[in-house]
Design a protein around this ligand. Structure first.
Ligand code: SF4
Ligand code: SF4
Length: 102
């Protein structure tokens, strides 16, 4: 799902992958996997710029079933996000980045 912000994102290379998450946490209420979505999106935003020690540390400290790969793409989080962020898509992209850097 693309929102207005994501459409704008496509205009400038520097912002193309940045997700405008406010870390409000509303999306976590119905996640059947109880993923810490705000933390994962913050790490994703870092990872797309630089797969740094910070990203590795966040991923390393997560329990195996709390990593972005655990997202089942159910979509329950999407209607809860005031920024209309396609969270499962971000989890999918983040999983790919992690795999490429492991
Ligand atoms: S789509 Fe993924 S992150 Fe969103 S509620 Fe479902 S399992 Fe959780
Ligand atoms: S609801 Fe949206 S803006 Fe709030 S923490 Fe979740 S992804 Fe970020």
């Amino acid at each position: 799902m693309l929102n207005k912000e994501n459409e704008n994102i496509q205009n400038t290379p520097e912002e193309i992958k940045f997700i405008p998450c406010t870390l409000c946490g509303d999306c976590t209420e119905r996640c059947p996997r109880q993923l810490d979505i705000p933390t994962l999106i913050a790490a994703y935003n870092e990872a797309v710029q630089n797969y740094s020690w910070y990203v590795e540390d966040v991923i390393y400290k997560l329990e195996k079933n709390k990593k972005p790969q655990s997202c089942i793409n159910c979509g329950s989080c999407i209607p809860l996000c005031p920024r209309d962020i396609d969270i499962p898509d971000i989890m999918k992209k983040f999983s790919k980045i992690i795999k490429e850097n492991s």
